[in-house]
Write a protein that binds this ligand. Structure first.
Ligand code: GRF
Length: 220
């Protein structure tokens, strides 16, 4: 079943934001929409954890929020049926992962081809993959001795932190950085730039050639 809708130039995109944690990126996306830096509407928020901060953001902003995870169902297809029902009900064009710790299954990837984005708190393809999230990423960055780190927004494919890269921004790793200080600085960068990457899609400016995401300039 293909739910994906081609997003035309200048149309408002309906987003589902998926998260397992605090949801600070979701908050930043909502702010970007209010500031008119992002032509989108967050029509639904989904979490696999009922105590996730991101669900509080949903209720604070009068956005429908759902706790949906595989463990609630006897069969995997019941999980996907319910998820698709919710996505359809809220007319979702794109899925934005913001700290969502579950792997995205093939049915969702097929329904939203090149319409699922993730943000990772390091410069992929380094410091990514299964189990690389939160402070573990920043600890690995510091231990490796690299001088720069940053953020990566990428299209989601069937492997963790692997799909085509949409946007990367860097920052310096200072000698006195700890995983905690780095995490804070990287998060600030995420909040500044995730919306920009989504906006490229909202404006219909992206296409993927081999593994490269080509972003058409606004003049062409
Ligand atoms: C961010 O660091 C993001 O890169 C990663 O998970 C974290 C989510 O933070 N995928 P928040 O829930 O948006 O505050």
């Amino acid at each position: 079943m293909v739910l994906a809708i081609l997003i035309g130039v200048n149309s408002r995109v309906n987003l589902a934001v998926f998260g397992s944690g605090n949801g600070s990126n979701c908050r930043a996306i909502l702010q970007a929409i209010r500031d008119k830096r992002l032509s989108a509407t967050v029509t639904v928020i989904v979490s696999d954890r009922n105590d996730a901060g991101i669900l509080k953001i949903a209720s604070e902003n009068d956005i429908p929020g759902y706790w949906i995870c595989k463990e609630q169902y006897e069969h995997k297809n019941q999980f996907f049926d319910n998820l698709f029902r919710v996505l359809k009900q809220h007319k979702v064009d794109m899925i934005i992962l913001a700290g969502y710790l579950r792997k995205i299954g093939p049915p969702l990837l097929e329904a939203y081809p090149e319409r699922i984005l993730n943000i990772h708190p390091a410069l992929l393809p380094a410091f990514g993959g299964k189990g690389m999230y939160g402070l573990r990423v920043h600890r690995a960055v510091i231990e490796s001795g690299v001088k720069v780190t940053g953020i990566t927004v990428h299209i989601v494919d069937g492997e963790y932190d692997h799909g085509p890269i949409v946007l990367q921004k860097t920052l310096e790793v200072c000698d006195d950085d700890t995983p905690e200080t780095l995490s804070e600085k990287v998060l600030q960068l995420e909040h500044r730039y995730y919306a920009q990457a989504i906006q490229y899609f909202a404006e219909g400016r992206c296409h993927v050639h081999q593994r490269r995401v080509i972003i058409r300039s606004t003049n062409s």
